[in-house]
Design a protein. Structure first.
Length: 335
């Protein structure tokens, strides 16, 4: 079971209910980190002074804030800690309001509010009371050294606590000049047509019908790339085609310092993402002369896409009596 982010009690009047907070929303977006392409090691961030370019030790790093008039003020962590709200293990509900009166823009982060062991009956009573009354509780909670105004409302089988933005954090529409032109009159016929369109597409909201398609595409691409890289490491490096010059490159591929690994150019990488099958087609890459300069590694032969079965390697061949790589022997008849 996941650890709670906060443990305390919910109180209003003479009622005190021990509760715990668990995160109700968890980001599932793919988070990438920076690595060195030569050895795969993680890249470290350093604190560098913008004036002299020198790295600054942590003990010489302080926090600063620039006021509206341009003055810069420095503070220490201890001074900021002294200003933090007093930590409290009580969510004190001060009033109960109609949830329709709370603007959706004020909602910030939601948490599951679950009961401690032994108070399930009192928890169920409060949940049902809020549901029947149609009201939500308004109170305050201290999370991560910051005080928050919060709402406590019934949801499904239990209670949910949602922190609220401060009212001065919400940008007023009066500050947006683009909205000054939205007061134009609407023709009744146009309004009727829009209402019919809305009615024809009205349904019950189900978030499962709207998955995060971008995340699914990213994760599918990463899975294909992991399989392709694992397969490419097992494929031995092969020789170039007969007749290919020494400075030839495999189209779309570049040799990396890691033995057996291949790196796509951005153009082909974007094409790979668009392919449902995960490959770039059934044809292998060709070695073309004159494309790019010489590589540090030996030239690579016609290399199939890692999702395909690799064909037999083409060996280096210098026929007897030839003056160069792949030149035919004039003494031998063809065929």
């Amino acid at each position: 079971m996941a650890r709670p982010v906060w443990v305390g009690s919910l109180s209003f009047g003479l009622v005190t209910l021990p509760v715990r907070l668990h995160g109700a929303v968890s980001s599932r977006q793919a988070r990438f980190h920076l690595i060195h392409d030569a050895d795969g090691a993680r890249i470290q961030n350093k604190r560098v002074c913008s004036a002299d370019g020198e790295e600054v030790p942590l003990e010489h790093v302080v926090r600063g804030y620039t006021l509206e008039d341009g003055r810069q003020v420095t503070v220490t962590s201890g001074e900021l800690d002294a200003l933090d709200p007093v930590s409290s293990r009580v969510i004190a509900l001060e009033e109960f309001v109609d949830p329709a009166e709370v603007a959706p823009l004020l909602l910030d982060t939601s948490y599951h509010l679950v009961p401690a062991r032994g108070v399930e009956q009192a928890y169920a009573l409060m949940t049902e009371a809020l549901r029947v009354s149609g009201r939500v509780g308004v109170g305050r909670v201290v999370l991560y050294q910051k005080g928050h105004l919060c709402l406590v409302r019934p949801h499904a089988r239990g209670l949910v606590l949602s922190t609220l933005h401060a009212v001065d954090e919400v940008v007023s529409q009066e500050q947006l000049s683009e909205l000054e032109l939205t007061g134009a009159s609407v023709a009744p016929a146009e309004l009727e047509a829009a209402l019919r369109l809305i009615e024809s597409r009205s349904t019950t909201f189900d978030p499962r019908r709207h998955p995060d398609e971008h995340r699914q595409r990213v994760m599918a691409f990463l899975e294909r790339r992991a399989r392709a890289q694992a397969k490419s490491k097992r494929v031995p490096r092969t020789a170039p085609e007969v007749g290919a010059p020494a400075g030839a490159k495999v189209r779309g591929l570049e040799a990396t310092p890691v033995e057996g690994s291949l790196r796509l150019r951005p153009r082909l990488a974007a094409r790979e993402v668009r392919e449902d099958s995960g490959g770039l087609g059934s044809k292998p890459f060709r070695v073309e002369p004159g494309e790019g300069g010489a590589l540090d590694d030996p030239p690579v032969a016609s290399t199939p896409w890692p999702h395909e079965s690799p064909g037999p390697a083409t060996p280096y061949a210098t026929p007897e009596g030839s003056g160069g790589l792949g030149a035919p022997d004039p003494k031998k008849p063809r065929g």
